[in-house]
Design a protein around this ligand. Structure first.
Ligand code: DGI
Ligand code: FE
Ligand code: FE
Ligand code: FE
Length: 187
């Protein structure tokens, strides 16, 4: 899909702040795709739509998770995790995006998963380091992303897990599995 058309579609789903974040993820994902030999067009499309479902009512997301082929254990965890798989589902249904690679990058952008594709890693990392982000430790991940995408991914997962632990939040198993997979693989 043409960039301007995609941006117009997603703008209707997002707040101004989240739209600016989306533009940052798009630019960052394109740069990472160029740097690591990824598919630049797919990176652009996945980035534009990655937070498509971010502002859907919880009730609507819950119903979709219950009715579609999605892990039911998501419902036990923080609802912040829901917009990723629900987003992939809605982007296919409502926008007509059929590219499986793009849909998976949207689906796994919050938790990650073991053995992520290059495009999935690009979207995960771009979401974490886009210029609008100000998490503690984000600058270190930005530096790592210039030379080693896996190291950037490990560090952003580590930071996310540490942040959740400090807030006494549960960690979704896939987040831990992704982290373990990358570290055991030799990072
Ligand atoms: O949608 P964004 O804010 O751009 O970023 P995101 O989709 O990567 O993450 C959304 C939120 O999900 C973020 O506040 C951290 C949270 N999160 C990520 N992994 C986990 C998690 N929350 C819990 N409880 N468990 C996780 O494993
Ligand atoms: Fe998100
Ligand atoms: Fe993220
Ligand atoms: Fe995001």
């Amino acid at each position: 899909m043409e960039r301007d058309k995609a941006l117009k579609i997603v703008a209707e789903q997002l707040t101004e702040h989240r739209y600016v974040h989306t533009l940052g993820v798009m630019e960052t994902a394109i740069s990472l795709a160029e740097l690591y030999g990824g598919d630049v067009k797919r990176a652009e499309t996945a980035a534009i739509f990655h937070d498509y479902a971010k502002f859907r009512p919880k009730k609507e997301m819950k119903k979709i998770i219950e009715e579609q082929d999605m892990p039911k254990k998501l419902l036990e965890h923080n609802s912040e995790l829901w917009h990723a798989p629900v987003g992939a589902y809605l982007v296919k249904k409502e926008v007509g995006i059929k590219d499986k690679e793009v849909l998976k990058a949207i689906k796994y952008h919050t938790s990650g998963r073991p053995d992520m594709t290059l495009l999935e890693k690009i979207i995960y990392v771009a979401d974490y380091i886009e210029p609008g982000r100000q998490f503690p430790g984000v600058e270190e991940v930005r530096e790592l992303a210039k030379t080693n995408l896996d190291q950037a991914l490990i560090k952003s997962l580590q930071n996310t897990i540490t942040f959740l632990l400090k807030k006494n939040q549960a960690i979704y198993p896939d987040t831990i599995k992704t982290y373990n997979y990358l570290v055991l693989q030799g990072g």
